[in-house]
Design a protein. Structure first.
Length: 146
């Protein structure tokens, strides 16, 4: 008589800082090169061990150490989803450009309009390109391009 052995595999994630099992939520820290002009993440920075995980408590402490966050303030999801305009609805480019020309930075405009910084950047870039291709320009766009 032949016996079959069934082996089950269970994957456990262990926090590399406190060595506790991560049961619900965890994080990985993956460093990237960042382009300050386009606000894009570029290539990943090669690290020796990519299989490093942290529990949320340790992630909070790491972020406090790195960014000197006030203790007790929980970290938020920094990749802000931003509301996507509904079908047929567009981002108010006029408002974006008015705030931009008033000297607001992309982050502040994005917060005001509840969208991502990337959406604001793309809108401003498109509006400047559209304005410049029409032969009309104002001093703000030309300053930024130089």
């Amino acid at each position: 008589m032949r016996k079959e052995v069934v082996m089950l595999k269970k994957t456990l994630y262990i926090c590399n800082r406190c060595n506790k099992e991560i049961k619900t939520k965890g994080t990985r820290i993956i460093p990237h090169f960042f382009d300050f002009v386009t606000e894009e993440m570029l290539d990943e920075i090669e690290v020796a061990d990519r299989d490093v995980h942290f529990c949320m408590d340790c992630t909070q402490r790491i972020m406090e150490e790195i960014l000197r966050l006030p203790k007790g303030k929980p970290i938020e999801n920094t990749k802000k989803a931003g509301k996507r305009p509904k079908k047929g609805e567009r981002l108010d480019a006029g408002k974006v450009m008015a705030l931009y020309q008033a000297g607001w930075d992309n982050e502040k405009i994005a917060d005001e309009m509840d969208v991502t910084e990337r959406q604001i950047y793309e809108c401003i870039r498109y509006q400047i390109k559209k304005t410049n291709s029409g032969g009309v320009s104002n001093g703000k766009e030309q300053e930024d391009e130089e």
